[in-house]
Design a binder for this molecule. Structure first.
Ligand code: HEM
Length: 535
């Protein structure tokens, strides 16, 4: 499909600007040797044996042997696209500069390039895109001040609030280490001992756990961040992407019908929309809270299992993102892209959210292993502004950051002999004060069930019906004590929730239920497709 119309193949750089090409269609080795015969290995007589000096064959095969890098340990299946972000310059009727000095938000004339990767979480790189799973929504903005990554999900809350628990959470959801099959009993063995997960579980087992595609879903930063202005003053913020295409989610049955025919439907939908010029767009909204502990609230503003109620903390639009260009090479761009919560620009800061800090260690750590030490030199990850650092060498070092006119002997700082210098500050540093004992403790305001109950009651009927069906079908084959614990926990969220779940379990006792993928069975009644309302 990549042809320029005159019969000659178009030269497609592997990932942007830097791929040296021959400019002709002549096949060469990576050493630049023309390949005269790409069909036959060199052999003693045409029946073999093969000789060891088959350089082209050995290079071709050994490179093929290394075509895969490790998958992401979570979010392995994904699709990506390029586009741009435009700031409105204001937030809630005020100049955005009142709250943040981040350059990306100041200029309304400018388009900041972005790369977005959407994903599902638990299963491997070619798993069906219809599975019940949170969806990743990771945005890399190549701003004039360097890169800003907003690594979010479609759902606005998360299962846990301490990063210590993440590997266990993921193990419980991943396939059983013996059978290699995902198992609802293992999942709820863990969840029944993790009451803070009930809010997320309520979303995940409803139609919100299977977005219809990537274009019609929301995104959220989930964790709480800070905005910092020129005076060094901070506010707490949460980020949300609202799709201008509307929101659409699937019932379990609708998802099964799609999956029977197409297990790549979300990737295909995104790719084809962009090829057709139907560029998907999202509005970026923020919720803002004064920096502080907010003892007046019945939840902790740093607790990522909670929504900030919209009525109290309205969604304030700050800009718009448009995706208008597909990747030319899936591996070079979508597979090798590396997002992380530590990748902030001046004017954006971390909150004290301890989950966020745990995440921030994990991303670049895994990327140095998954992609390699110099992953930031790859075009998809490198900022689109000049890089000038004293970091040197390492596997696959592609270039050194040597700045023209500076002394190439000086790869340290400070120096009086013509090396790199620290940057001038953009504004005053934000310097929060801390005084507390060093402890290992849960937060005090846990309130694990109230918002889960509110979310249950706010669902439409078809969403609640599907939620109960999916929970019953997943838990029907589970051990009695796990079922009973879940009845107790759902009842604490909402009495009707607990009762309907318990009744569903009882009714299912007479039926044979297959312990298949979570939520699956044939006991669903058909539910008409409906649009979900923004939450
Ligand atoms: C990917 C860790 C929580 C969203 C990943 C990866 C790791 C990780 C190791 C693979 C990254 C890579 O290979 O490049 C963690 C830890 C968490 C956590 C330790 C909690 C302590 C979350 C939360 C969200 C989230 C709360 C949503 C806000 C994502 C997304 C990706 C991802 C969207 C895929 C990024 C991409 O498309 O490349 N996470 N994660 N994670 N995580 Fe998390």
């Amino acid at each position: 499909s990549h042809s320029n119309g005159n019969g000659k193949p178009q030269v497609i750089p592997a990932n942007g600007e830097n791929s040296a090409t021959t400019g002709s269609e002549m096949l060469t080795t990576r050493q630049g040797h023309p390949v005269y015969d790409n069909q036959n290995t060199r052999t003693v007589g045409n029946r073999g044996p093969v000789t060891m000096e088959n350089y082209h064959f050995l290079e071709k095969m050994s490179h093929f042997d290394r075509e895969r890098i490790p998958e992401r340990v979570v979010h392995a299946r994904g699709a990506g696209a390029h586009g741009y972000f435009e700031s409105y310059g204001t937030v809630g009727g005020e100049p955005v500069a009142k709250y943040t000095r981040a350059k990306v938000f100041q200029n309304t004339e400018k388009r900041t390039p972005v790369f977005v990767r959407f994903s599902s979480v638990i299963h491997g790189g070619h798993s069906p895109e219809t599975l019940r799973d949170p969806r990743g929504f990771a945005v890399k903005m190549y701003t004039e001040d360097g890169n800003w990554d907003l690594v979010g999900n479609n759902l606005k809350v998360f299962f846990i609030r301490d990063a210590m628990k993440f590997p266990d959470l993921v193990h419980a959801f991943k396939p059983d280490p013996v059978t290699n099959i995902q198992d609802g009993e293992r999942i709820f063995d863990f969840i029944s001992n993790t009451p803070e997960a009930l809010h997320m579980i309520t979303f995940l087992f409803s139609p919100w756990g299977i977005p219809a595609n990537y274009r019609q879903m929301q995104g959220s930063g989930v964790n709480t961040y800070k905005w910092v202005n020129a005076e060094g003053e901070a506010v707490l913020v949460k980020y949300h992407w609202e799709p201008l295409q509307g929101i659409r989610n699937l019932t379990q049955q609708q998802a099964e019908e799609i999956q029977g025919k197409n297990f790549n439907h979300a990737t295909q939908d995104l790719y084809e929309a962009i090829e057709k010029g139907e560029f998907p767009q999202w509005e970026l909204c923020v919720q803002i809270m004064a920096d502080g502990e907010h003892p007046e609230l019945d939840f902790d503003p740093l607790d990522d299992t909670k929504l900030w109620p919209k009525e109290q903390f309205p969604f304030l639009p700050v800009g718009k993102m448009t995706l208008d260009r597909n990747p030319v090479n899936y591996f070079a761009e979508v597979e090798q892209v590396a997002f992380g919560t530590g990748v902030l620009v001046d004017g954006l800061d971390f909150s004290d959210d301890k989950m966020l800090q745990g995440r921030t260690f994990a991303y670049s750590d895994t990327q140095r292993y998954r992609v390699g030490t110099n992953y930031l030199q790859l075009p998809i990850n490198a900022p689109k502004r000049a890089v000038a650092s004293n970091q040197r060498d390492g596997q696959m070092a592609y270039r050194q950051d040597i700045v023209e006119g500076l002394n190439p002997h000086v790869n340290y700082e400070p120096s009086t002999m013509g090396g790199l210098k620290e940057a001038p500050r953009n504004g005053r540093e934000h310097t929060p004060m801390y005084q507390a004992a060093l402890v290992r403790e849960k937060i005090s305001r846990q309130n694990n069930f109230q918002q889960a109950g509110e979310t249950y009651r706010n669902f439409e009927d078809w969403e609640r019906d599907d939620l109960i069906n999916n929970l019953v079908n997943t838990l029907a084959p589970a051990k009695k004590h796990i079922q009973e614990k879940m009845i107790e926990l759902f009842t604490q969220c909402d009495e009707d929730y607990g009762r309907r779940f318990a009744e569903g379990l009882k009714a299912s006792e007479s039926k044979v239920i297959d312990a298949g993928p979570i939520g699956t069975t044939d006991t669903h009644k058909a539910v008409e497709q409906a649009e979900s309302v923004s939450r």
